[in-house]
Each structure stands twice: as structure tokens, then as C-alpha cells.
Design a protein around this ligand. Sequence first.
Ligand code: GLP
Length: 239
Amino acid sequence: MDIRIFSAAREGAIYSATVIEQIIKNRAYPVLGLATGSTPIPLYYELIRMHQWGLDFSRVTTINLDEYVGISADHPQSYRYFMKRYLFDHVNIDQSRTYIPRGDAEDLEQECQRYDQIIQLNPIDIQILGIGINGHIGFNEPDVSLKSKTHIVKLAHVTIQANARFFESPGEVPEHAITMGLQSILLSKQILLLAFGEEKAQAVVEAVYGDVRTSLPASILQLHPNVTFVLDEAAAALL
Ligand code: GLP
């Protein structure tokens, strides 16, 4: 596991964008695994800047980690809406090759299977991750069985509280989500986990130095051969 500590989130975002830029330039059909939340926003900003300087997204496929259950793609809090706003609408990507689970699918089990097929057909070159304050990655919450594939999860109370800031009230945060499983995440060729801010410091130190355990899903990343933690000084404070 590689750990890179930057003086500010922007520096970490620039580093991460540079790693992604190399993958986009060097692969014929690059596949990016993408994340939502506030953490990757500065990274997407840097990728948009790189596009303005000529970085070509026309051959890129993207696969997002997760989506809220019961929320349609055009809902302002949907992760599709988020991705369009912060990245897709600003680069020359073919949006029919940007995959995000459908939270409003009628048959959610079928949607999980459809998503697994997409991941299987498009092996992820690099997976971007944030981390929840309870150590979740994607929406793989602590203590769920180590479900390996795409599945439906009940969100932890702490996650609902943390994500309530994006909704009008905590009561509006969906209680369930559909998420890529830990095994699919581990199958990515390379992983960048980004964490910025002191509220992430405890989860980061446990993910890096703690026992590998389902109660802290990010600790599972210790099993992957090519993981980089991209941190600012506050998130790295307990290392
Ligand atoms: C959500 C997402 C995660 C993300 C986490 C942290 O729960 N499903 O993928 O890592 O939030 O969000 P933030 O980056 O806003 O702290």
C-alpha cells in the first residue's frame, strides 16, 4: 500500500488526476471506476481542466460505485445527476458508456446482475474511492457479510446523518442503496482512495494499520496489490 500525503486536497486531486491522465492516454479503451461524495469533486475539476487542455475522453468508459435506491437518474440528489454536474457534462465522454446503478429499477436483484455483467465486460483499470467516517467504501457498510458482488444495502445511521447535508432533511435520505461489492472493487487493476479532512483520520488509520475486517470495509484494501491512499495532512494526522 502506497500512502501519499499532500498539504491540501487540491494537491492530492492534481496528483490523482495525473495518474488518471496517464491511464486515459496509454490504454486503448480505458475504464475508470468513479465515486461520488464531496471528496472526488476537486479531482473531477482537475480532469475537466485537463480536458480543456486537450485530454480526450472519447474512448473512456466509466463505472460508478453506487446509487441510492428509489431515486431516479434525474433527481438532484441522484449520483447520475452528480456525475453529470461535476464531470460528464464538461468532457467529451460518450454518456451511453457511463454506467451507474439504476436506483429506481423495478427489479433491483436483476439490476444488480446487470451491473455485475457490465463490470465483467469492462474490467476497471483504476477505481477511485472515498471513505465514509465509519470506513465504508462505495456503500459497503460495516458488518455486512463480505458480499462480493453488486448488492442492496441498508445504510448505516451514521451514513444517513453524514449524507443528510445534501438533502433538505435527514428524513429524505434514502435508507437503502445499491453498491458495487468489495470483490468487484478488489478486482480493479489499481485503486486510489482519497480522503481529505480531519473527520476521516480515524477511518484512515484503521484502514491502513488496523486488522483486515468487515467491520471496517476499507481495511479490505490491504489485500490489494496496487492501492494508493491520497490524503491531506488532516486525514493523515493519526498515521
Ligand atoms: C457516500 C458515498 C461514498 C463516499 C462517502 C464519503 O457514502 N457512497 O462513495 O466515499 O459518501 O463522502 P464524502 O466524500 O462526501 O465524505
